[in-house]
Design a protein around this ligand. Structure first.
Ligand code: SD4
Length: 337
């Protein structure tokens, strides 16, 4: 009897200890990290990092980060100063997603400088995921966002210059991007032009979120929507696995459900790097002609804080911020060297 009582006691102690060990393991501190597409992601990461350092949620961090290039008057591919469509309308696309699959997006939204925050309101205030065009604008105004003219004099001058040739030619981006523009263009503002901001964050409690914001392809047809506001294409987050975002020619990313694919490949055991490579290679294999000239780049972050990136063309860079790396810009590997 005594033996049995001792045995039960010993088992209870052992299981309590193993429980404690489990708790200790689960509580091991997560190392937060923020990554963003392109070198202008450095400033976005700084804004996101201050939210994370204050103990904030990754969702707040990525929204804060995305608002930085949206407000940057020198950035002609995101937010307020984005280049317009063929008819001179600035129309913006954005989406946001957290680790619990909560998500929202807006597409072809005009007159609102911060589409990422409207996307956040779609997530929070509606049962929907995506609002477009006039409906998105109406919702934004109802939510108290100011209606503004987003076409800056600089963007208008570039558009008028483009109207002279009307050469609609998406081209591969490089570090100083010419995406959506005629190569070697002398158009005003081109030297400052980059691309979509995709930002992914893992906060101190291990929560993942992502945001993606763009003015899309410059001089696009009115109503054209790329990958950036589409959950699964321009952005995907699964708190069990990881997150991915993309930059480049949205049509190609939509075709291969790019960001979803990257996350699914991570689910199957690939590292973020291998997952990005495989997703790019699928485009290269299935769209060999398009892949020769067009750019697509993926950026991924898993729940362990590991990062990966890969692009079709060289020139894709991403910015990383963590406890060690401040303002780090990392060149991604690419299929074409
Ligand atoms: C789009 N993916 O609208 C965006 C644009 C972009 O690098 O990322 N350019 O297709």
């Amino acid at each position: 009897m005594t033996d049995r009582r001792d045995f039960v006691k010993a088992s209870l102690v052992a299981s309590a200890l193993s429980g404690l060990a489990g708790t200790a393991k689960a509580a091991s501190p997560v190392k937060p990290v923020v990554v963003s597409t392109w070198d202008f992601g450095v400033a976005a990461n700084q804004a996101a990092w201050s939210v994370i350092q204050g103990g904030g949620h990754a969702l707040d961090a990525v929204e804060a980060g995305a608002r930085v290039p949206e407000a940057d008057m020198k950035n002609h591919s995101v937010g307020r100063a984005g280049y317009p469509d063929r008819d001179g309308h600035v129309s913006l696309d954005a989406c946001i997603m957290d680790e619990q699959w909560r998500c929202g997006g807006v597409a072809a939204l005009e007159h609102i400088a911060h589409p990422i925050s409207v996307a956040r309101r779609v997530l929070e205030k509606t049962p929907h995921v995506l609002l477009v065009g006039d409906g998105a604008l109406q919702f934004a105004i109802e939510q108290g966002f100011p209606k503004e003219e987003l076409l800056t004099p600089e963007s208008e001058a570039a558009w008028r210059e483009w109207l002279k040739v009307q050469n609609y030619q998406p081209v591969a981006n490089s570090e100083m991007s010419t995406y959506g523009h005629v190569p070697n263009s002398k158009m005003p503002g081109d030297e400052h032009n980059h691309d979509t901001l995709g930002i992914l964050a893992l906060d101190g409690q291990g929560r993942l979120s992502g945001a993606c914001t763009t003015s899309g392809m410059a001089w696009k047809l009115r109503g054209r929507v790329g990958d950036s506001p589409i959950i699964g294409a321009g952005l995907y987050v699964d708190g069990e696995i990881g997150a991915a975002t993309s930059t480049g020619v949205g049509e190609e990313v939509i075709r291969n459900a790019g960001s979803f694919l990257v996350v699914e490949l991570m689910r199957q055991g690939r590292s973020p790097q291998k997952a990005c490579e495989e997703a790019v290679m699928r485009i290269v294999r299935r769209r060999p002609e398009a892949a020769k000239t067009l750019q697509v780049g993926f950026l991924a972050l898993n729940t362990k804080g590991q990062v990966g990136a890969f692009a079709i063309q060289k020139g894709f860079v991403y910015a990383q911020r963590d406890a060690k790396a401040t303002d780090t810009v990392v060149p991604a590997k690419s299929f074409f060297a």
